[in-house]
Unconditional design. Structure first.
Ligand SMILES: Cc1cc2nc3c(=O)[nH]c(=O)nc-3n(C[C@H](O)[C@H](O)[C@H](O)COP(=O)(O)OP(=O)(O)OC[C@H]3O[C@@H](n4cnc5c(N)ncnc54)[C@H](O)[C@@H]3O)c2cc1C
Length: 406
């Protein structure tokens, strides 16, 4: 890397991807750096909440924030563009439109892409579940399907966190609709493989009495317009198939020499610096750390802050610091039926934990977009008003009903 003295007065930092990790890095860098954030989309998206679009508890506007406002308020420049290649050796990146931008240091925070593992028909007939647009489209299809007469079947491919939360939202809104059945298909031996079996048992228990079938050890081999085929040869009828599994590395990582093969995450040191280029840091889902780390939004936020510190150290010619993730318990919602707090092998279940999950969302959104100006304040008020209408009021009504019954 070039010594700090050879740099222009304001070192140029390019951040590619401006969602959890990239935005956090930008917000932790001061105006003494000429920071440019590149992202293909105009809005920050709260991906951990997109399942709530299925029931209508959240509206797209609740989960989105205008990226330009967030970046410019931090004193930086936002460019809405797809980055096609990062040439770290030459110190510049090129957008899909062919524009070139130079940098002294680059922070890559491009996240993950959906993956259908080559399953026949999955790209064509199953609906992806990765962002606000995807889940808004699913919400519309569900609403139409729920109004149709006769027996209707929804298949959720994947019994991981996203699949469980999708199931919960469908049950929240449609569990009293006659004839609407839901099947969850999971390749692993239990729901949410990797987390404690107690969560599997708790979810199954809450689904009793509802038209829900859970098929574990059932890999999907093909999806058609009306069926989902399993490795056993059996098929499940489906009027609507949701694809909630699989994530792979964006092509940009391999195209830019940050990963050795296509679909591979970019290897980084413990200080989040690329193993291939000294002037690049890779953070968030896109990074492969020396020790495996779950791909979670709160780690992405922490990595952004850590990388910003190391950008400053690298530009000042100082030693880098290792990233030290601090684990948090996980909150998993099953619609309004229950919410689970998972920490290692222990699970606490209570519908009232939904309020804690909502508080985490509200507080983090307010930290990302502090209500210091009229538009941010207006958006925060809208989010709170909608949360009160959709979540608090039904919860209070349920409590009142429960007390009366008791
Ligand atoms: C359905 C679902 C549910 C989830 N639930 C939870 C949860 O409950 N709790 C939790 O902690 N985490 C959850 N996660 C994971 C969490 O969302 C991710 O870990 C987090 O988004 C990673 O942040 P990131 O900044 O690395 O990537 P992302 O948030 O994916 O952001 C990547 C950004 O890079 C941009 N980008 C990508 N390529 C380019 C390019 N070539 N040019 C320009 N811009 C580009 C994208 O537009 C995007 O804005 C969930 C994820 C999904 C999909």
């Amino acid at each position: 890397m070039r010594p700090a003295r050879a740099l222009p007065s304001r070192p140029r930092v390019a951040i590619v991807g401006g969602n959890f990790a990239g935005l956090s890095a930008a917000q932790h860098l001061g105006r003494e750096y000429a920071v440019t954030v590149f992202d293909r989309s105009a809005t920050f998206e709260w991906l951990p909440g997109i399942h709530e679009l299925l029931s209508g508890v959240k509206r797209p506007a609740d989960l989105r924030l205008p990226r330009r406002r967030l970046v410019t308020r931090a004193g930086h420049r936002f460019i809405r563009a797809e980055v096609a290649k990062i040439d770290a050796a030459a110190g510049h990146l090129t957008t899909a439109a062919g524009r070139q931008f130079g940098f002294d240091l680059c922070v890559v925070a491009v996240g993950a892409m959906g993956e259908t593992f080559g399953v026949r028909g999955a790209d064509r007939y199953a609906l992806p579940f990765r962002n606000v647009d995807d889940c808004t489209a699913i919400g519309r299809r569900l609403s139409t399907l729920a109004r149709a007469p006769g027996k209707r079947s929804v298949v959720i491919v994947g019994g991981g966190l996203a699949g469980i939360e999708a199931l919960g939202e469908i049950l929240r809104r449609y569990r009293n609709r006659e004839g609407l059945g839901i099947t969850v298909v999971e390749a692993g031996a239990s729901l949410v493989p990797g987390l404690t079996a107690r969560l599997d048992a708790a979810v199954r228990a809450r689904c009793e009495g509802h038209d829900v079938r859970i098929l574990t050890r059932s890999a999907v081999t093909a999806v058609t317009r009306t069926r989902v085929r399993l490795r056993s040869g059996a098929t499940v009828r489906s009027d609507l198939t949701l694809w909630t599994v699989g994530a792979t590395a964006p092509a940009l990582l391999n195209a830019s020499g940050l990963a050795d093969k296509p679909r591979q995450w970019a290897p980084v040191t413990r200080a989040l610096r690329s193993k291939h280029f000294d002037n690049v840091f890779v953070i968030g889902d896109a990074a492969a750390l020396p020790r495996r780390l779950d791909k979670q939004a709160y780690y992405a936020l922490q990595m952004g802050a850590s990388a910003a510190g190391n950008v400053k150290r690298a530009l000042a010619g100082r030693a880098l610091r290792d990233f030290r993730p601090s684990a948090k318990p996980m909150l998993v919602a099953l619609g309004d039926l229950d919410t689970f707090l998972v920490s290692g092998r222990s699970v606490i279940a209570s519908p009232s934990l939904a309020a804690l999950k909502e508080a985490v969302f509200q507080v983090t959104m307010a930290e990302i977009d502090p209500p210091f100006n009229a538009s941010a304040l207006g958006q925060m008020t809208g989010r709170l008003r909608n949360a009160a209408r959709q979540l608090a009021v039904p919860t209070i009504r349920r409590l009142v009903r429960t007390q009366r019954l008791g």
